[in-house]
Design a protein around this ligand. Structure first.
Ligand SMILES: Nc1nc2c(ncn2[C@@H]2O[C@H](COP(=O)(O)OP(=O)(O)OP(=O)(O)O)[C@@H](O)[C@H]2O)c(=O)[nH]1
Ligand SMILES: [Mg+2]
Length: 450
């Protein structure tokens, strides 16, 4: 178990050389520690919060660096505790020296995400806001950054709090009716209850619908490039990432292991996978590559099935790809005397040349159209990870049970029980009730210093 009352410290800026680095200290000893190692340029009787102090850090009598210190007084700090931030000159050695100096006083090294975890435990952030801190740091594109910052601003939290309130109001009415049937105000009849649950259920359904986009923005849209050997998969992959990353040769079976690269299209973060060509093979290495190709196809949102149009043959798409969303890409257009005839009504087929780059922009537009699911009103908050989605689904399941009881005119006790369960699942999302394991899992995704 972690003791949440001790004083922790870490380097808050990324490792390596930089103009400045920041060392963060949080906990009851923060101020006492800084007094021992820091001499302000003008003597200070008492440190005032939120003021910058210029001065020098000393190890005993040895000068270490000239720094700026800021003191944030509890509870008005990131963690809700007394916090000191030391901005020193960047540089690995110097930063570590100051860190060790702080550590040699009454503090220990912070664990991953421990500052944010303390902020959560001290009620400065709810769980969705805490998660958005990592998402913000990891955000790969403008859109994901926007969603994460909205979440940090508490949009999802407010949306969910609102629904919890509606559920609890309904439940209170029902419970009052159970306890004091003689005071029943007629508002609580089965028909009214059915309508209200229906309304709440629709709100949850809307929230669940946002998860597709949220998870894509947060975790990336996965596109697998697949096809027979030599079709030009790696060439198209390189065109899309605008880099000669994947090896291209005229030998079928060049790509053995898959290759993954991140790209951004219109602000969407895309994880693009080049895979080994699919064919019957006896080579052990190739077989294992082909198996991986199918795993990647399985987990992809979209498959680009590449065909070499210069070879005259029927297009046969494997069943495992037909089950997915896929586009057919007719490649090597430059080798044809006349363009292939493509049914104009078929939106999911395009002829390109990886060699000349012809129609690669059309392919990109098709991909963007495909991802552009729906523009959700993100000001209401959207779900953006599997954890949040799973709790929202459980909540909907409880609401459906409540609805069934209400429609079947079962006893109010049953409805109240299901409603309580529904609101508990929502509380899980914002972290009002969450197991220690889930919390630890979330903060494990952080880096040290956050
Ligand atoms: N003329 C022409 N040649 C192409 C085009 N795209 C790919 N090629 C050539 O086709 C051959 C195979 O290309 P790759 O991109 O390695 O094909 P692949 O599908 O990745 O092949 P494997 O990794 O072996 O499955 C290479 O010689 C490429 O230069 C194209 O649009 N036009
Ligand atoms: Mg290849």
């Amino acid at each position: 178990m972690t003791n949440h009352n001790d004083t922790i410290t870490a380097i808050a800026t990324p490792p390596g050389k930089g103009g400045i680095a920041v060392i963060r200290i949080s906990g009851p000893e923060s101020l006492a520690i800084i007094k021992q190692i820091f001499k302000p340029s003008t003597p200070v009787k008492e440190y005032r919060p939120n003021i910058t102090y210029l001065g020098k850090v000393f190890d005993e009598n040895e000068l270490i660096d000239q720094v700026i210190v800021i003191y944030y007084k509890a509870p008005h700090s990131y963690t809700g505790e007394d916090v000191i931030e030391i901005s020193c000159h960047g540089g690995k050695f110097l930063t570590r020296t100051i860190l060790e100096l702080v550590l040699s006083r009454a503090s220990r090294l912070a664990r991953k995400g421990e500052f944010t975890k303390r902020a959560f435990l001290n009620g400065k952030l709810d769980l969705t806001e805490a998660e958005s801190v990592v998402d913000l740091i990891d955000a790969k594109t403008r859109k994901s950054q926007k969603v994460a910052i909205e979440r940090l601003e508490g949009k999802l939290y407010e949306g969910i709090e609102g629904i919890i309130k509606e559920i609890n109001e309904l439940r209170t009415e029902i419970e009052l009716d159970i306890d004091f049937p003689e005071h029943s105000n007629q508002k609580t009849n089965h028909k009214n209850i059915v309508n209200k649950i229906q309304f709440i259920k629709n709100e949850i359904t809307r929230l669940i619908a946002t998860a597709d986009e949220g998870i894509i923005l947060n975790e990336g849209y996965r596109i697998a490039i697949a096809g027979e050997p030599n079709a030009g998969k790696s060439s198209i992959f390189n065109r899309l990432i605008e880099n000669e990353r994947s090896i291209v040769t005229d030998i079928p079976g060049t790509t053995r292991d898959f290759i993954e690269e991140d790209i951004s299209l219109e602000g969407y973060w895309i994880k693009l996978f080049d895979t080994a060509g699919l064919r019957e093979s006896t080579s052990e290495i190739e077989i294992s590559g082909i198996k991986k190709s199918y795993d990647i196809v399985k987990n992809a949102h979209l498959v680009l099935w590449i065909e070499d149009t210069s070879v005259h043959k029927e297009i046969i798409i494997p069943e495992r790809i037909k089950n997915k969303d896929y586009f057919i890409i007719l490649n090597k257009l430059d080798l044809l005397k006349s363009p292939p005839s493509i049914d104009k009504n078929c939106e999911h087929i395009v002829a390109v040349s990886a060699k000349t780059g012809h129609n690669i922009d059309v392919l990109k537009d098709m991909i963007i159209d495909k991802i552009d699911l729906e523009e959700y009103d993100i000001s209401q908050g959207i779900l953006s990870n599997a954890r949040q989605l799973s709790s929202a689904k459980k909540c909907r399941r409880s609401l459906l049970k409540a609805l069934k009881s209400a429609k079947g005119e079962s006893g109010y006790e049953f409805i109240a029980f299901d409603l309580r369960e529904a609101s508990e699942y929502l509380e899980e999302i914002i972290g009002k009730i969450t197991s220690e394991d889930i919390i630890n899992n979330i903060f494990d995704r952080f880096c040290v210093g956050k």
